[in-house]
Design a protein around this ligand. Structure first.
Ligand code: ATP
Ligand code: MG
Length: 399
């Protein structure tokens, strides 16, 4: 049964075919279709050049024209459409030095990393399988297309990708492929870290993470990765029971808490992470330290942004299993008297008017936080009169 994402992408392939070019579904979507896994992005491979694709579709984003890739927007869904190509070497460890567009799919499939990813499917559901990918899917094996040593030498990111797929799919890595990974693993040091970070995010979110970590150790590739290479012990400290980490922010929070000598900022810098990832890791770690001081209380739930509740719960479940139920934070949040400082019935200006003889300064923030805390814990009503009374007994500290 052809599933929804393929049906939605069908008009894209039909349009290319109507213009007398070949086009196929390719790569991960075909693999996942055969595995009956949820399908992520539907990628398309075609004999039409990027120029032709730009001419025959209304909405095209030229993301990587020189490498043959454009994004076609159809019904608001983006599709990566890549021209059949063969690649030169990857001397910058990022992109092939040169690509040559070709007219036939076979060489295009040959340049792909693993047999399970070198599958294409036409509109009738016929699968092109030149390297035994279907058989490997059945046997649950990850194996390179062609000689592994050469393929890993061409692009050592494929070593990390093999481990990523082992973690996502629960497959074994073919013993010869694994040996070849070991032989080339040193080359990982030359890769652009952003490429590794992207694969690692997917690896650590994998349903079969334990399998992925096994191969991370077994292939010795961790010895050539930032931070892991300096603290070889780190990888061996990962608990066997580790559950998938759904974001890179969680990944960093986890490894920082596993070895607090490496700061969140060190991880962010070494792994070139976005600000968004940094913010998530910082928020989770901050909440964790509040937990260590005072347990799960109103203040922790109040100060942690709701978008990080799931990440924090995950991290808690690793280090303190069964201490925190899935919806516990939400329940506590819903019971809070206020949910943000905006809800306070007064602000810094009120404090200034109540103390006309004291100049503005850090005391304002300090006092506001104390008031906020009292209210959040339910010790003080969020009413001006009550707050004014409370301040009488807790006057501002002016230094
Ligand atoms: P996902 O479902 O996670 O997106 P995917 O298999 O689609 O998995 P992508 O990274 O999106 O993985 O790559 C799309 C396809 O491009 C792969 O299935 C593979 O055929 C090919 N590919 C990607 N990266 C490489 C690489 N470094 N070397 C060779 N082929 C690659
Ligand atoms: Mg993909």
């Amino acid at each position: 049964m052809i599933s929804e994402p393929f049906i939605k992408a069908r008009p894209v392939i039909e349009n290319i075919e109507n213009h007398h070019h070949q086009a196929y579904y390719v790569g991960g979507c075909v693999r996942d279709f055969l595995l009956k896994r949820p399908i992520g992005d539907v990628d398309i491979t075609t004999s039409a050049t990027p120029n032709i694709i730009q001419k025959i579709f209304a909405k095209v984003i030229p993301v990587g024209i020189e490498h043959g890739t454009v994004i076609v927007l159809h019904d608001d869904v983006p599709y990566e459409v890549t021209t059949f190509r063969v690649e030169g070497s990857y001397s910058d460890q990022r992109h092939p030095d040169s690509v040559t567009f070709i007219n036939q799919i076979d060489k295009d499939l040959e340049r792909r990393d693993f047999t399970i990813n070198a599958l294409a499917m036409d509109l009738s559901g016929n699968i092109i399988d030149l390297f035994g990918g279907k058989q490997d899917i059945k046997k649950k094996v990850i194996r390179t297309v062609g000689n592994g040593y050469d393929r890993f030498k061409e692009d050592s990111l494929r070593i990390i990708r093999a481990i990523r797929f082992a973690s996502q799919l629960g497959f074994t890595i073919d013993p010869q492929t694994l040996n070849e990974m070991k032989e080339v693993s040193k080359d990982i040091s030359n890769l652009a870290i952003e490429r590794i970070t992207k694969e690692f995010g997917k690896m650590f979110a994998g349903q079969y993470l334990k399998n992925g970590i096994y191969y991370l150790k077994e292939s010795e590739s961790y010895m050539y990765l930032p931070i892991f290479k300096d603290i070889p012990d780190l990888i061996h400290k990962i608990p066997d029971s580790l559950q998938p980490l759904h974001s890179f922010g969680e990944f960093i929070a986890f490894f920082h808490l596993l070895n607090t000598r490496v700061s969140v900022i060190d991880w962010v810098k070494n792994w070139k992470c976005s600000n968004q990832v940094k913010q998530e890791a910082v928020a989770i770690v901050k909440a964790y330290s509040l937990f260590e001081k005072a347990g799960i209380d109103n203040w922790l739930v109040y100060t942690l942004d709701c978008q990080y509740y799931e990440g924090f719960t995950n991290i808690m479940n690793i280090f303190h299993p069964e201490l925190l139920d899935e919806n516990e934070l939400d329940k506590l949040y819903n019971s809070l008297p206020i949910h943000s400082r905006q809800e306070l019935c007064m602000n810094g200006n009120d404090l200034l008017s109540w103390y006309p003889n004291i100049k503005g300064g850090p005391w304002i923030q300090k006092l506001l936080t104390s008031i906020e805390k009292e209210i959040v814990f339910g010790n003080l009503e969020n009413r001006k009169k009550d707050i004014k009374d409370w301040i009488k007994w807790n006057p501002p500290e002016i230094n």
